[in-house]
Structure formats: structure tokens, C-alpha cells
Ligand binder design. Structure first.
Ligand code: SF4
Length: 393
């Protein structure tokens, strides 16, 4: 079921590629046209990941993930589409939801996804990430409501285990932090980095304990990334005691096809890697070629879920909006239905909203005609008989 990649380096660390001239499959003319894109949104890949590309297909989905596209230069979107910077409370630390903090531990990935929502971090003048995370750790220590820390970036697993381990240890030492998550695309971009590192196994065995597990939030976008090597990397993580789940954005030309998306979600579920979130592609600067109208994307998502077992269809389709994580729940002939999964402000917690449909909408802000909404807070304000008599945060 899983194919070995064409990477010929065996267990050798794949070489990083940072110049378009290092892709012999591109003509001089193509390189010339893509250079301005590369100047704005930097290119980075590696030998292993490049070996997954079918160069006979100009629309190859793996190629779309890492090779620049001239339409990225279309003026569309914003660099920080979810206003992440406004939730930065200390250098390298974002605190948007009460119980969750994001620690940005670096600004490098094993390759750069063209549709990355954090592409601003790869730009020279960005200073949201710091190598010194002591300020971020101090903030977490002072905030007992934080029980869940996501290590992200960039990609934490691009760091050597000797650099990552002290970060994990220090977060583990904070008693009120119960869940540590590592957001990473290394299992797709460079699985050898995982299964060739016994110290990584030892790190998970030590810190992913029966009471408090470490979650690895993998990032597979397409079933062709699930090579024999990737399966081996995921198996290594699971056997080391990590819980592994997958989240992916829906990307035009990559996984905006029910067959493709369901194939990936099913295969991941067979391996014990449940699909968690499918994100609507954010309106990040340069992302026009990679995004889809929300209502079309929702239909693709539901058609994909229909092809999966219960275990494969646990994913939710959400937007990481500046105000919170908004799930797209359903459509009717006239309306679209949303619900906040996480909200930056308590007044929006679990808020359910019905808007008039807008087939041209690419983001939540494009819905302007609110038909109805409901929050638990409304229930209180209006003094209706509560369903349960409980306090909520
Ligand atoms: S792995 Fe994540 S952070 Fe890195 S380039 Fe891709 S989307 Fe961006």
C-alpha cells in the first residue's frame, strides 16, 4: 500500500535545497520567471522531498506544495491573516485561548510550504521568534490557566534533539502544563530525521508519560507523502510513546479532491494517526493560487468524510480566524452554519452562527449577513431556564 520514495540517499541526511538552480527539472526560463517569487517568499526543500515529485506532471500536487508558482505574486491576502502577532505576549509566545500557549521555538522548516500561514517568520525583518525562550517559559509559569503548550515555529523537530530536549524538560517541569504538543511537518518532509535518532526515542519515552502524553501534530497534505519512510517515521513516534494526529489545510491542486483527501485520511487512520483538523487555507499574502471558496471547500471536505470510516472522519473543518477557531458545520440552500471551537473572547465560546450563504466567500469576514446566532451567554442574559446549572469559563 505504501511506496518507497525515489530518494537514493538511504538513511543519509537529505541535502537542503535553497536555490531554484538546484532543481534540474526546471528550465532556465522557468527559473527566471520564478525568481521574483523566490525573492518575496523564499524557497526551501530537500532531496528526499523533491524525490516525491512527478516532474512529468506540471500540476503535480507535491510540486505545488514546495515549488513556487508565479501566481503567488498576485496581490491578495495579508501576511498575518489570523493576527497572530496581536496575541504575542512575550518574545516567541502567543497566548490566544486561556488554556493554550504557543511557543515558537524557531523559524526554520525542513522545506517551506508555499501556502504557509507563517511565511512572515521566514522573512529577514521578522523578530517574533527568539532563540531565548526564557521569557516565554516565565510567562507560562505565571499563568496557571495554561495547561496545554504547543511547540511550533518553524518546525521544532528540525532542531537537534540535544537542543529540543531542554525545552521539553523545562515545559514538563511546569506542573500545571499537562499537554505538550509538537507541531511538525518533518514526518512528511524528512522522516529519516526521526527514525535515525535514538535520542529522540529516548526523549519521548522520558517525557511522554502515562499521565501526560506528548502529542505530535503531524502535517501530511497528500497521500503520496505517505511513503514507506514516512510510515516508518510515524511508527517510530508511536512506539516511542507519542500520540500522533494529523492536521492539514485544504489546498487547491493538492488535496481539494474528495478521493485524495479521503485516501489520506483513511490511510492515516489505518496507521493509528487520526485526522484532527482540516483547515480552510488562510488568506495569507501570496496564497490566492492555493485557496478555494469556503462553501466549495466544505463540500469537498464532507464528500471526503463520507468515504471514510468513523475513525477516519473525526476531522473537523475549521478556519483559524483572528477571533478564534471557527468550525464550518453545514450548509442549507440559503444559509451556512458556523460554530466557535475555540474563542479568543469568552463571549464567543461555543457560539453558533447562521449566515446567509456567499459562494464567493474565501474567509469568515466575507460573511456579512447574520441570520441568527446563539451563545450560552445569551441563555443567561435572557434568563431562560438553563439546560444545566453550571458555571462556564
Ligand atoms: S511546515 Fe508549517 S510552518 Fe513550516 S512551511 Fe509548512 S506550513 Fe509553514
Amino acid at each position: 500500500m505504501f511506496q518507497k520514495s525515489k530518494y537514493t540517499g538511504g538513511d543519509r541526511k537529505p541535502k537542503y535545497l535553497t536555490k531554484l538552480e538546484q532543481l534540474p527539472q526546471l528550465s532556465q526560463d522557468e527559473i527566471h520567471k520564478l525568481e521574483p517569487v523566490n525573492e518575496q517568499f523564499i524557497f526551501r526543500s530537500n532531496e528526499y522531498y523533491q524525490s516525491l515529485i512527478d516532474w512529468d506532471d506540471p500540476e503535480d500536487p507535491i510540486r505545488r506544495i514546495v515549488v513556487p508558482d508565479v501566481s503567488e505574486l498576485n496581490e491578495w491576502g495579508r501576511l498575518d491573516a489570523s493576527d497572530e502577532e496581536s496575541y504575542t505576549v512575550a518574545r516567541g509566545l502567543e497566548h490566544k485561548y486561556d488554556s493554550t500557549a504557543l511557543l515558537l521555538v524557531n523559524e526554520v522548516c525542513a522545506a517551506y510550504c508555499r501556502f504557509c500561514f507563517r511565511k512572515r517568520l521566514f522573512m529577514d525583518d521578522n523578530d517574533e521568534v527568539t532563540k531565548d525562550i526564557s521569557e516565554g517559559l516565565a510567562y507560562i509559569r505565571e499563568h496557571p490557566e495554561i495547561n496545554n503548550v504547543l511547540l511550533t515555529g518553524g518546525d521544532p523537530l528540525i532542531m537537534s534533539t540535544s537542543k529540543l530536549e531542554p525545552i521539553i524538560r523545562q515545559v514538563r517541569e511546569i506542573d500545571h502544563v499537562k499537554i505538550i504538543r509538537i507541531g511538525t511537518k518533518i514526518p512528511a518532509f524528512n522522516p529519516m530525521r526521526i527514525y535515525n535518532d535514538d535520542s529522540l526515542r529516548a526523549m519521548f519515552e522520558k517525557y511522554s508519560t502515562p499521565e501526560k502524553r506528548i502529542y505530535v501534530m503531524a502535517h501530511f497534505n497528500h497521500p503520496r507523502e505517505l511513503t514507506e519512510e514516512a510510515v516508518r517515521g510515524l511508527d517510530f513516534l508511536l512506539k516511542s510513546g507519542a500520540i500522533v494526529i494529523n492536521q492539514t489545510p485544504m489546498i487547491a491542486g493538492v488535496n481539494d479532491d474528495p478521493e485524495v483527501l479521503s485516501d489520506m485520511m483513511n490511510k492515516l487512520s489505518f496507521m493509528g494517526v487520526p485526522p484532527y483538523y482540516v483547515f480552510h487555507c488562510r488568506p495569507t499574502l501570496g496564497n490566492r493560487p492555493y485557496t478555494l471558496p469556503i462553501e466549495k471547500a466544505y463540500e469537498i471536505f464532507e464528500l471526503a468524510r463520507m468515504r471514510g470510516s468513523g475513525l477516519a472522519k473525526r476531522a473537523r473543518f475549521v478556519m483559524s480566524h483572528a477571533t478564534g477557531k471557527i468550525e464550518i458545520i453545514g450548509l442549507s440552500a440559503a444559509n451556512i452554519y458556523f460554530k466557535y471551537q475555540r474563542a479568543a473572547e469568552n463571549k464567543n465560546s461555543s457560539r453558533f452562527m447562521v449566515y446567509k450563504r456567499n459562494p464567493e466567500a474565501f474567509w469568515f469576514d466575507d460573511y456579512t449577513d447574520l441570520v441568527d446566532d446563539y451563545t450560552l451567554e445569551d441563555e443567561r442574559v435572557q434568563n431562560r431556564e438553563p439546560v444545566f446549572d453550571f458555571e462556564y469559563a
